[in-house]
Design a protein around this ligand. Structure first.
Ligand code: CP
Ligand code: NVA
Length: 332
């Protein structure tokens, strides 16, 4: 059956079938090939997109900008301070205005309900560039990178270590359950995913054959794993005054050389980035001074090791975002 995603929004992977996700991954590989061979692909010439960011970004913003331009589109970027949205104009009105001018809208911000409402009101495809609950475009880059290194991921195991109820971890559980990849959330009991989402993923996993495990035991959780994944311990939008509590909860869940040794011998390390793997950032330095913690979610040695594929993963954000925009805008 031919897959046609024209006119669809991309808000969370729960809305997409395994076949549709597969289609987007294959399209991403094709766009990577075109980019690397310097083959022009301005397939969406004349279209216009707007990027709405209520939280900061490097990878997601640049991926949308470069991918948009490679496809021949005009791109407008609105940062958290420079639009009327929320302050002087309701979300509903903003969506209806932007939908009149643009062919597609990217949104990064807070509650998932915001991006869902934007999509319901805008009349054009809306793409989720990260909300408090989900980060779906990140997932395509992650699975693409895993496949580039490990081949077919079906039946293999991805372990997320750390804050297992954040947007990235939630989305990994969803994408793994859809694609038949075993998923382990490895973290403290206090930071496990919400029961309702676990239940939903377990139901999906029954179809795909994926195994979902929640554990607070690092050695048991990471034994023989094929992908070890982590993310920062405090996500954007969470208050700074919980750093001490978060460090206390998560310091045993750092990705160390021992963890990587405990995983499969061909295991790779992934991280959505940005990462606190040293003290070369303002926050990293502050945390080191206040709490004496110099490497947070991952040891620098692991981050810099040959097993670490984080920069391939970052590059793949651009190819996968391009695939999402092309697939949803090509026939509209
Ligand atoms: N991984 C990711 O979304 O990075 P940015 O916050 O830089 O966009
Ligand atoms: N969980 C992180 C992901 C950043 C890409 C955050 O929301 O800040």
């Amino acid at each position: 059956m031919e897959i046609d995603l024209s006119g669809r929004s991309f808000l969370k992977l729960l809305d997409y079938t395994p076949e549709e996700i597969r289609y987007l991954l294959d399209l991403s590989k094709e766009f990577k090939r075109l980019k690397h061979s310097r083959t022009p692909h301005e397939y969406l010439k004349g279209k216009q997109i707007v990027l709405l960011f209520e939280k900061t970004s490097t990878r997601t913003r640049c991926s949308f900008e470069v991918a948009g331009r490679d496809l021949g589109m005009g791109v407008t970027y609105l940062d958290p301070g420079s639009s009327q949205m929320g302050k002087k104009e309701s979300l509903e009105d903003t969506a209806r205005v932007l939908g009149r001018m643009y062919d597609g809208i990217e949104y990064r911000g807070f509650d998932q309900s915001i991006v869902e409402e934007l999509s319901a009101k805008a009349g054009v495809p809306v793409w989720n560039g990260l909300t408090t609950q989900f980060h779906p475009t990140q997932m395509l880059a992650d699975i693409m990178t895993a496949e580039e290194n490990l081949g077919d991921m079906k039946g293999k195991t991805l372990v997320f270590m750390g804050d297992a109820r954040n947007n990235v971890a939630n989305s990994l559980m969803v994408v793994c359950s859809k694609l038949g990849i075993n998923y382990t959330a490895c973290g403290p009991k206090e930071l496990m995913p919400e029961e309702e989402l676990v239940h939903t993923c377990l139901e999906i996993a029954k179809e795909s054959g994926s195994k979902i495990t929640l554990t607070d035991d690092v050695m048991e959780g990471t034994k023989g794993a094929h992908v070890i994944y982590t993310d920062i311990w405090l996500s954007m939008g969470e208050p700074d005054d919980i750093w001490a509590q978060r460090i206390g909860l998560l310091q045993d869940y750092r990705v160390t050389k021992e963890v990587m040794k405990n995983a499969d011998e061909k295991a790779i390390f992934l991280h959505c980035l940005p990462s606190f793997h040293d003290t070369n950032t303002t926050i990293g330095a502050e945390i080191a001074e206040k709490f004496g913690v110099k490497e947070m979610e991952v040891e620098d040695d692991v981050f810099e090791s040959a097993q670490s594929k984080v920069f391939d993963e970052a590059e793949n954000r651009m190819h996968t975002i391009k695939a999402v925009m092309y697939a949803t805008l090509k026939n509209v």
